[in-house]
Write a protein of this length. Structure first.
Length: 112
């Protein structure tokens, strides 16, 4: 069964797309937790970080570099946070790995 992210990638569900290339798509979160909340999603379905394989190394790195490029494009020079949830205790809601790019407000520490 397809996740909501796979349906967005396949254009079965609409989304506000901030970036797309051959390896990932970046969309605005529909329930933002900060003024800027973008999800960077690999097109290859990887359920979660704990299930990534050695051959996913380039894709994982690409997600972080995409976050860097988006932060630059959106003028997030004051800072941003990247979050990857893994499993139910981390509030993983969709079993398709994705990176949250959060910015536009002061972030608390420690997170969670």
């Amino acid at each position: 069964m397809k996740t909501i992210f796979q349906k967005i990638i396949d254009r079965e569900i609409p989304a506000t797309i901030e970036h797309e290339d051959d390896r990932c798509i970046a969309i605005r979160d529909i329930q933002p937790q900060a003024p800027v909340h973008i999800l960077i999603i690999p097109k290859k379905p990887i359920p979660r970080v704990a299930e990534a394989a050695p051959e996913d190394e380039a894709t994982l790195g690409h997600l972080l570099l995409t976050a860097q490029n988006l932060a630059r494009k959106l003028n997030l020079e004051k800072g941003f946070r990247l979050v990857i949830n893994n499993g139910p205790d981390a509030c993983e809601s969709v079993p398709h790995l994705h990176v949250h790019l959060l910015a536009g407000r002061q972030m608390g520490w420690p997170p969670g």
